[in-house]
Design a protein around this ligand. Structure first.
Ligand code: GDP
Ligand code: MG
Length: 203
């Protein structure tokens, strides 16, 4: 049976969430900003270490906070499926300190509001727009240390625009998810290229 892993992608408006997802699945990027107004679900398949996983990637539209209860989640269509996602990608723009503050708040709320063993849920913080790094508000190393050591989350920087580290970030997250219980499999993860464009990525 193929395992399904649901991943919620959350971040402030305009940080590049949709761009990252669309680069990963379709190898597509648009300079034109089209704000995501409703929740959108992508369902690509990936192969990691020879095992196929079906991903359910939730492109979450702007939400003021992480849903604190199941009823809140149920009432707000934008956050359906966010509370019980198997993993989170929290995206910020490396040039926008406010977007980092937003990620900080959401990370805290995930830890506080998720049911069960909240510390176990894989969270990957992603600094997007790396191509604009001359305008970054904080050195990479300082953010990385804060996120990894203090928050105990993974950290990757990428550029959705140039498709740089986009596959890597999904690979990183899946690696954490797999090592935390989906499957005990620590062998080297190798990227072998796309099996079938738009559908399945071998990682
Ligand atoms: P979302 O609101 O978080 O889903 O953001 P979008 O994916 O819609 O992107 C917002 C804007 O940022 C768009 O105009 C994109 O073209 C642009 N953008 C996204 N990723 C990058 C990136 O890596 N570098 C640069 N320079 N622009 C980006
Ligand atoms: Mg969007």
């Amino acid at each position: 049976m193929v395992e399904t892993l649901s991943i919620a992608v959350i971040g402030a408006p305009g940080v590049g969430k949709t761009s990252i997802i669309r680069q990963f699945i379709y190898n597509d990027f648009s300079e034109v900003y089209t704000p995501t107004r409703t929740r959108y679900v992508y369902r690509p398949s990936v192969i990691l270490n020879g095992i196929m996983y079906e991903l359910k990637i939730l492109d979450v539209p702007p939400i003021s906070s992480f849903p604190s209860s199941s009823s809140q989640e149920w009432l707000d269509l934008r956050c359906r499926g966010v509370r019980n996602a198997n993993a989170y990608i929290l995206v910020y723009d490396i040039c926008c300190v406010e977007s980092f503050e937003y990620v900080k708040m959401i990370r805290q709320q995930i830890v506080e509001h998720r049911e069960g063993s909240s510390t176990e849920v894989p969270i990957l913080v992603v600094g997007n727009k790396r191509d604009l790094q001359r305008q970054r508000f904080m050195p990479r190393r300082a953010v990385s240390v804060l996120v990894k050591k203090t928050w105990k989350c993974g950290y990757v920087e990428c550029s959705a625009k140039f498709n740089w580290h986009v596959v890597l970030l999904f690979k990183e997250l899946l690696g954490i998810a797999v090592s935390r219980g989906m499957r005990q499999n620590h062998t080297a993860i190798r990227l072998q290229g796309a099996l079938q464009r738009n559908r399945c990525t071998i990682m």
